[in-house]
Design a protein around this ligand. Structure first.
Ligand SMILES: Cc1ncc(COP(=O)(O)O)c(C=O)c1O
Length: 366
């Protein structure tokens, strides 16, 4: 049986007519960059994530970058983040000639471990950037308390966690600024790159709005040097249709995850841990096993797609060798990189497919 890690074609088939209608409408109007669809999406995403302002930008990476830029992060500053994430999280710190300072993760949730943050704060630390990895939030109350005590800003990397909740509050409403990604494979994915910053801070929202259009508030008048980081109307139109289905799709992912948990109970793999204060949106369903590499090969050989997110933690990436980290410095991230793998959990996955994947894992581990 062939089971992909993600099946966007089946999702598309289920909403094809509605998507094609809104695309035709944008094409008819020939208004492509920013515009009405983008403005409506900004309001809708802000509302969905319980934040006041939304600013559509060109990607999740840009959403993170412009957040740091708006906060005034610059050369010589330090930003604390997790090494167990996609490279974009740290890259944006480097874009500003600031330094990413990596703090190890919690072994159960794979998110930054707040108890390790304070010892890494220096005079140069300006912000903490937690990532809500795989679809569940980092322990934000603990992080916010440290930030408040030390006068630091908090930027949530919500690229993988739209719709997740922490103590009943939505991802995106828990820090000073938050960044979403609409990369096609995300739980809310467009037909290309896209992203959004959300915030409750009007002044920061205004700054980002200016930065995304070449630093201008009025055409051809430039108060600051800005960027070209605009979201386009075609993407926004697609995303607005998909947003209506997002909660239902998340619930399907949660059902699939619950079924995996049931099927794999008593099997020697570690299934995802969800603290009682979180709801998990299962952007990825990630298992840990000491025989990860062989398990991965076995699953793939049976036609089931499985992948490792992420095989090398950022502190050990070649591009960050100048930061001076060594193997063993952040042991939990290194353990996670060596022992975890993601299996299909997408909304359209059928019950019998969950059974086939779980059965395959059981066959290997018995
Ligand atoms: C945790 C994390 N941060 C940032 C990004 C960057 O988002 P984008 O690909 O939209 O630039 C991604 C996704 O790729 C991600 O998974």
């Amino acid at each position: 049986m062939k089971i992909p890690l993600l099946d966007l074609k089946t999702q598309y088939e289920s909403i094809k007519d509605e998507i094609e209608n809104v695309l035709k409408d944008v094409i008819k109007k020939q208004a492509f960059v920013l515009g009405n669809e983008v403005r409506s999406l900004e309001d809708e995403i802000a509302h969905f994530s319980q934040a006041r302002y939304g600013i559509g930008v060109a990607s999740g990476t840009d959403a993170l970058f412009l957040s740091l830029k708006a906060l005034g992060i610059e050369r010589g500053d330090e930003v604390i983040t997790t090494p167990f994430t996609f490279i974009a999280t740290a890259e944006v710190i480097s874009y500003l000639n600031a330094k990413p300072v990596f703090v190890d993760i919690d072994r159960k949730t794979y998110n930054i471990d707040p108890s390790l943050i304070e010892s890494k704060i220096t005079k140069r630390t300006k912000a903490i950037m937690p990532v809500h990895l795989y679809g569940q939030c980092a322990d934000m109350d603990a992080i916010s308390e440290i930030a408040k005590k030390n006068g630091l800003k908090v930027i949530e990397d919500c690229a993988q966690s739209i719709g997740a909740t922490y103590k009943g509050r939505k991802a995106g409403s828990l820090g000073d600024l938050a960044a979403f990604s609409f990369f096609p494979s995300k739980n809310l994915g467009g037909f290309g790159d896209g992203g959004m910053v959300v915030t409750n801070d009007k002044a920061l929202a205004e700054k980002i709005k200016v930065l995304r259009v070449h630093g201008s508030t009025k055409r051809y008048y430039h108060d600051v040097v800005g960027y070209n980081s605009r979201l386009d109307n075609l993407q926004a139109a697609v995303l607005r249709v998909k947003l209506k289905f997002l909660q239902g799709w998340i619930e399907k992912r949660q059902q699939n995850a619950a079924y995996y948990n049931e099927m794999l109970s008593g099997v020697s793999v570690i299934t995802p841990f969800v603290p009682e204060y979180n709801t998990h949106t299962y952007h990825q369903y990630v298992l840990a096993s000491e025989s990860r590499d062989d398990l991965l090969k076995y699953i793939n050989s049976k036609g089931i797609e499985s992948r490792v997110y992420y095989p090398i933690p950022l502190h050990l990436q070649k591009c960050y060798s100048d930061l001076g980290y060594r193997k063993g410095d952040l042991p939990i991230s290194e353990w996670a990189a060596a022992n975890t793998l993601a299996v299909p959990v997408y909304s359209e996955l059928k019950k019998m497919e969950v059974e086939a994947v779980a059965g395959c894992i059981k066959d290997f581990l018995k």
